[in-house]
Each structure stands twice: as structure tokens, then as C-alpha cells.
Design a protein around this ligand. Structure first.
Ligand SMILES: Cc1cc2nc3c(=O)[nH]c(=O)nc-3n(C[C@H](O)[C@H](O)[C@H](O)COP(=O)(O)OP(=O)(O)OC[C@H]3O[C@@H](n4cnc5c(N)ncnc54)[C@H](O)[C@@H]3O)c2cc1C
Length: 233
């Protein structure tokens, strides 16, 4: 399973010297910032914290710019290239992904010279349809044999002098990767709406649901409806 880690998120600048009572009524500092941005629009900062459904009401009206002021950065570690290919289609985001031009498949030293089926199973991202590891599962064993061919082919190409950027053409979609992704909360909501949905592919759906759970802790008012919609609340 891909590791999903929230690395960073927006916080108030202490140098702004805002009065602490502005934040007292909020479950999180991030929600206080969202409400603050909305209150600037209406010149109603004096009412900060007076209405627990204030953010929800603004969202229902479509006043969604206010949630763009909070951003969150995630690390996805160990998801497949097939998954990140879908992820990076989301354009309102920033990405930094491990490079197959600069990082050799064997850099982590996770695979031995003659990798066993179990080693390959643990290294590559394996679809749920082929889990758990079972040496009697002929489809799985054939799948792993093909992954082994890809690994040995990659190594042979490298040993023959091919550059990583060219040898990588032999690597399968299930090759694990790492990527850092930043989006504001409006973009994350859009990502979750599309990718936590049952129509989405299983791997990105698992990631989207984990992202949603972590974002909910950051800004409950912003993600409550999606937590309910996807059966997580
Ligand atoms: C179930 C599912 C199946 C899919 N199948 C395929 C497939 O078979 N083939 C395929 O190629 N893709 C497929 N996709 C990807 C999909 O078409 C989108 O590229 C992807 O989900 C990113 O969504 P987005 O463009 O809304 O997001 P973002 O890029 O984050 O954009 C957010 C929003 O900004 C606006 N926006 C951004 N850029 C533009 C623009 N240039 N013009 C107008 N509005 C813009 C739109 O309102 C958009 O919804 C699939 C997605 C899902 C969820």
C-alpha cells in the first residue's frame, strides 16, 4: 500500500500579529484562516467565530475562493507509475516526482540479483485481483515471472551501456514511485470528488480516501460533506 503523508500545510504568520481571540472558536487554525478571508470580503471580522456553520454556508453559496487560501502538501511513497500518471492529470497542482532518468531501478537495493517471486511481489505494486501472495496462484506466478523479465531486461540494458532514461522504457506500469504533491483545498476537494468515487481506479481511489481523511482533520467544515459522501464519517 502506498504511504500517504501530509508533509506541510498553510499556517498563520506570527508576524501578522493577529489577535488570538480570532482563532479561539475554531477547530483548526486553517479554518480560522478560511473564515478570516471570507470576513475580509464582508468587512465582518468582528463576527469571527460567532457562527459554527459560516464556512459551510459560504461553500454552499459557491463562495469557494476562501478555501484556496489553505494549501496542503502530500508525499505519496510507493504508489505505481500507473497511479501517478492519473494523478498528474490534475493541473491545478504542483508536483515533484522521483525521476527514472536519474534514479536506477536498483538504487534502493530491494531486489536481489535473482529476485524471487515474493521479492517481486513485495517490490512492485500488485493489483488487489492478484493478492495475497500465493505460490499456487498460477496467474500471479505468471505475472511475477513477467515482472522478473522486465527487471532482468532493464539490468541487461544498463549493463550494456544504455542510459537510465532509455532503459526505463522496459519498466512496467506497476513500478513503484514517489511523488510530492501540493494543492490548495479547493483543488484537493476536486481531486477527492473524482478520485474517491467508485468509478475511479482502485489505487488512486485508496489514496484519495486517505488524503480525504487527513484533510478532514485539517479543515473539518470543508471536507465534512465528502467524508459523508464516501462513507468515511
Ligand atoms: C473515472 C475516470 C476516468 C477517466 N478516464 C480517462 C480516460 O480514459 N482518458 C483520459 O485521457 N483521461 C481520463 N480521466 C482523466 C480526466 O479526464 C481528467 O483529466 C482528470 O480527472 C483531471 O480532472 P480535471 O481536468 O477536472 O482536473 P484539473 O486539471 O485539476 O482541473 C480542475 C478544473 O479546472 C478547470 N480546468 C482546468 N484546465 C482547464 C482547461 N484547459 N480548460 C477548461 N477548464 C479547465 C476544469 O473545470 C477542471 O475540472 C478519467 C478520470 C476519471 C475520474
Amino acid at each position: 500500500m502506498c504511504k500517504v503523508v501530509m508533509l506541510a500545510y498553510t499556517q498563520f504568520n506570527p508576524d501578522a500579529q493577529l489577535p488570538p481571540e480570532l482563532f479561539g472558536a475554531h477547530s483548526t487554525e486553517q479554518e480560522a484562516l478560511i473564515e478570516y478571508a471570507a470576513r475580509v470580503c464582508y468587512r465582518s471580522l468582528g463576527k469571527m467565530g460567532s457562527n459554527p456553520t459560516f464556512i459551510l454556508q459560504r461553500m454552499k453559496e459557491g463562495h469557494e475562493d476562501i478555501i484556496e487560501h489553505v494549501s496542503a502538501t502530500f508525499l505519496f511513497d510507493g504508489c505505481s507509475r500507473a497511479c501517478t500518471h492519473q494523478l498528474v492529470r490534475h493541473r491545478l497542482a504542483s508536483y515533484s516526482q522521483e525521476s527514472q532518468r536519474y534514479v536506477d531501478l536498483d538504487k534502493g537495493g530491494d531486489l536481489s540479483d535473482d529476485p524471487s517471486p515474493k521479492e517481486l511481489y513485495d517490490f512492485f505494486v500488485i493489483p488487489p485481483a492478484l493478492r495475497p501472495f500465493d505460490p499456487d496462484n498460477e496467474v500471479l506466478m505468471a505475472f511475477l515471472e513477467n515482472l522478473k523479465r522486465a527487471v532482468l531486461g532493464y539490468r541487461a540494458a544498463r549493463a550494456a551501456g544504455l542510459r537510465k532514461e532509455d532503459a526505463r522504457f522496459l519498466l512496467p506500469n506497476g513500478t513503484p514511485t514517489r511523488i510530492v504533491v501540493s494543492m490548495n483545498l479547493r483543488s484537493w476537494r476536486h481531486f477527492v470528488a473524482l478520485r474517491a468515487h467508485p468509478a475511479a481506479q482502485w489505487e488512486i481511489r485508496e489514496i484519495a480516501k486517505e488524503v480525504l481523511k487527513q484533510l478532514y482533520r485539517l479543515a473539518p467544515s470543508v471536507f465534512q460533506d465528502q467524508m459523508e459522501a464516501f462513507g468515511l464519517a
